[in-house]
Write a protein that binds this ligand. Structure first.
Ligand code: SAM
Length: 535
């Protein structure tokens, strides 16, 4: 069979094809693999559980993108369904290429993250739990970090109220990529993420036996992306495969030193190369006898709908973890994780959205855990790490209290425990639960950025706006998507309002978009200049 000419200009490397031939037991499978290069890559979005339940977001997106809803622009015929479930990630959906979810205000508001469907497979296998300490070692641009953070959201006993529990250290070695990672963490409204720009070596020296789970989504030769990004074929060589495998072994050794007894490492790549994937995992296991492998999972474009991916689950043998009280937040057994989801034929069949709508999904949507009352109280009383010094500056505390009193609804004050406030120069942050000491680490985002101190006042940050829900604030401007003020707000214009005064959360379809400052019937635009765009 001839090699497909999907991209004549950039052929698939011959040595790569030889490797692939030896990977498949029979010739017909190799041919099916080659044929998959004639298909278009699958496109996926992952809904953000912090923003809303799966069914709420899905129904709204389908209405809007199909033109049934209050669309800003797009009007696409409704059949077939525009979104259909990704079987291995409850919040993941394939979308039809006719729609452009990346070009919509909802993308800027963090309602979803555009992520390659196969790449959604590693985090369900990492299985992060609310209240744990997690490390994402190679995290930019942030697909898997934002997916992990979604799984750390916990529903509290107050109906509809969630908390982002535990600590996620999200690291990226390259400064420019770390900045993009930080922006994506902000866009998704996350509060419990520490974004670092460190070498894995320095992190391992700093965090021995510290994390419950570690994701090593390693830099790799990228063979699985040859269909989606044909340019990746140009960078490929056998030497590059060997160099990547060596680097991956090194990263796994460092990850092992940062894992607590009984913890889990997930090692993933977007390559097919056995020299990188299985061989690296096997070398790791041979050198670390206290680990065992639970499973290796491979994604091939001719077997699943998605690009190439590899995931290995490597678990530390010790069954009982040490008993540090701040982590291992016990939650009730209720959960709909990916395994249950896959087994649920009413949801995982191919009818897509209509099935999701009619299926009896739990009240709060798939993918959440519901906290037992006791454990929520436990977590709240223990959520400050003893390593972390409380903010003592009385002037700053007074400014924050004045801001909270005038801007937040009374119940929302509990979202910002005073003992987790953190000042970096003029920037005020809310540190994540169990935040470690931050000195001598290169940190881009130490939790939730609350705002900037200016002339004795706090100017709230965009990150705070995207974290908040409309009910959390005293003043909000609720706009339907079809309102002409939406486009003007994102473009940076002043917009009209009625009775609002002072800091006002501008919301679209009930989701926060950014800040404005209201006075005399107009809202002065505080949407960040760098993010302004025309829709
Ligand atoms: N997990 C990310 C996501 O889901 O969006 C994708 C990570 S990408 C496959 C691998 C990352 O590792 C890249 O951002 C790359 O800059 C970073 N990297 C490259 N060399 C590294 C090294 N020596 N140590 C750690 N990370 C490295």
């Amino acid at each position: 069979m001839s090699v497909p000419d999907i991209d004549d200009k950039i052929p698939l490397p011959a040595a790569f094809l030889d490797d692939m031939k030896s990977l498949f037991a029979d010739e017909s499978e190799y041919e099916a693999f080659l044929k998959s290069y004639e298909d278009s890559p699958a496109a996926g979005v992952r809904l953000n559980p912090w923003k809303g339940s799966r069914e709420e977001l899905l129904i709204m997106l389908d209405d809007i993108f199909s033109g049934d809803g209050t669309a800003l622009r797009s009007t696409v015929p409704k059949k077939p369904p525009l979104f259909s479930p990704v079987p291995w990630e409850p919040n993941g959906f394939y979308y039809e290429p006719v729609i452009r979810p990346g070009k919509h205000p909802f993308h800027e508001m963090g309602l979803y993250y555009i992520q390659e469907p196969s790449a959604m497979s590693a985090v369900p296998l990492l299985d992060p739990q609310p209240g744990e300490r997690i490390l994402d070692l190679c995290a930019a641009p942030g697909g898997k970090t934002t997916q992990i953070a979604g799984r750390m959201c916990l529903l509290t006993q107050i109906p509809g109220k969630m908390r982002q529990c535990g600590l996620l250290v999200s690291n990226e070695i390259h400064p420019a990529r770390a900045k993009i990672l930080s922006q994506n963490v902000e866009r998704m409204g996350l509060s419990n993420v520490l974004v670092t720009n460190e070498t894995p070596e320095r992190l391992s020296a700093r965090f021995p036996a510290y994390f419950d789970r570690i994701l090593v989504d390693a830099p790799c030769s990228g063979e699985g992306m040859f269909r989606k990004n044909p340019e990746a074929r140009l960078e490929w060589s056998s030497g590059e495969v060997t160099a990547c495998a060596d680097r991956q072994r090194h990263l796994l050794d460092l990850a092992a030193s940062m894992l607590r007894p009984g913890g889990r490492i997930v090692y993933s790549t977007c390559t097919f190369s056995k020299a990188e994937d299985e061989d690296v995992a096997e070398t790791f296991l041979a050198g670390h006898k206290v680990f065992h492998s639970c499973e290796y999972t491979r994604f091939f474009p001719h077997r699943q709908r998605g690009e190439g991916h590899f995931v290995a689950v490597l678990e530390h043998n010790q069954a009982e973890r040490d008993s540090r009280p701040s982590v291992r937040l016990p939650v009730s057994d209720y959960s709909c994780d990916s395994v249950q989801y896959l087994n649920d034929s009413t949801v995982s069949n191919s009818d897509g959205l209509s099935v999701c709508r009619s299926a009896e999904l739990p009240e709060y949507g798939v993918g959440y855990k519901i906290a037992a009352e006791k454990s929520t109280r436990f977590a709240q009383s223990e959520n400050r790490s003893p390593e972390f010094p409380p903010l003592k500056d009385r002037q700053v505390l007074k400014i924050w209290e004045e801001f909270s009193r005038t801007v937040f609804a009374p119940e929302a004050a509990a979202l910002f425990p005073r003992e987790r406030l953190l000042l970096f120069g003029e920037q005020l942050y809310l540190a994540p639960e169990y935040c470690p000491k931050l000195d001598k680490l290169k940190i881009l985002r130490p939790g939730l950025h609350l705002g900037t101190l200016q002339k004795g006042r706090l100017v709230p940050s965009h990150a705070l706006a995207l974290f908040l829900k409309p009910a959390d604030v005293r003043h909000r401007l609720l706009l339907p998507l079809a309102d002409e003020r939406v486009a003007r707000y994102f473009a940076g214009d002043v917009i009209n309002c009625e009775n609002e005064q002072g800091w006002t959360l501008v919301c679209v379809e009930g989701f926060s978009a950014g800040w404005g400052k209201a006075s005399g019937g107009v809202v002065k635009n505080h949407y960040p200049k760098a993010l302004r765009k025309k829709f």
